[in-house]
Write a protein that binds this ligand. Structure first.
Ligand SMILES: Nc1nc2c(c(=O)[nH]1)N(C=O)[C@@H](CNc1ccc(C(=O)N[C@@H](CCC(=O)O)C(=O)O)cc1)CN2
Ligand SMILES: Nc1ncnc2c1ncn2[C@@H]1O[C@H](COP(=O)(O)OP(=O)(O)OP(=O)(O)O)[C@@H](O)[C@H]1O
Length: 199
């Protein structure tokens, strides 16, 4: 029993490392990123959200921030005074919790406990839509992350839950992924080809 759990965790770790290495070496990442930005912008049309949570990209992740900044600026032109906001994760390594704090281009940033940049002393925000970075993803809305369990834990504790949208390159698609009982499926997944989930 102990052994089979270890094997499973080992398999997941190896898969994670292989996918990250492959993503860092994507030959056409700029073209793919450009396509995914367009998919995001089209997907966002008609969404009612005013606060969207995203992430500061690391390890070759797709950068969602340029498309979100345009979403914010365009929305403010169209909708008048209603302020749109973008939030980035702030993790508490000790309590293993994650909250979102306001970000704007040029916002002062500092490193979190994992070396990821986070907004420095901006106010906490409550996103109704979350763009979630995926190391891997699969049909059914399932996601492989870095193994911290931050999204699963946060989503299990929030009521109402934000609408969750996974982002990844086509390279991260997993044909054969067995979710675990704590894995919360994403509501949608977008990649550089378009909407992958729901189909
Ligand atoms: N860009 C980005 N920011 C993000 C996330 C993400 O997936 N992408 N997160 C999504 O959750 C949170 C951070 N999650 C993380 C989860 C694990 C590790 C990590 O380095 N784990 C070590 C082992 C654990 C440890 O050092 O204590 C490792 O992988 O070696 C880092 C961040 C918040 N910010
Ligand atoms: N709702 C939860 N309550 C308590 N622990 C949880 C919960 N969800 C996940 N965990 C724990 O978090 C750990 C990591 O989970 P998992 O491997 O699914 O992370 P991940 O989704 O890949 O990572 P991340 O979300 O940080 O990118 C697991 O050991 C799991 O037991």
């Amino acid at each position: 029993m102990e052994n089979s759990m270890n094997d499973k965790a080992q398999d997941k770790k190896a898969l994670r490392e292989a996918l990250i290495a492959q993503r860092l070496e994507l030959p056409d990442r700029l073209e793919r990123a450009d396509l995914l930005q367009r998919v995001m912008r089209i997907w966002l049309v008609g969404r009612p959200d005013t606060v969207i949570g995203a992430y500061w990209p690391i390890k070759g992740e797709f950068d969602p921030l340029p498309a979100l900044h345009r979403w914010k600026e365009d929305g403010e032109l169209l909708d008048g005074p209603e302020l749109k906001r973008i939030g980035l994760p702030v993790v508490n390594k000790l309590h293993k919790t994650m909250t979102f704090h306001a970000w704007y281009p040029g916002c002062p940033m500092e490193e979190d406990a994992y070396g990821i940049l986070k907004p420095k002393a901006t106010e906490m925000v409550q996103p109704t839509l979350l763009f979630v970075p995926c190391v891997g993803y699969a049909a059914g809305g399932y996601r492989l992350g870095y193994g911290g369990g931050f999204y699963d834990r946060m989503l299990a504790s929030l009521n109402p839950k934000p609408f969750t949208v996974g982002l990844g390159f086509t390279q991260g698609y997993l044909d054969d992924f067995a979710p675990e009982s704590h894995d919360m499926p994403l509501d949608a997944i977008l990649n550089d080809n378009g909407v992958v989930w729901p189909i």
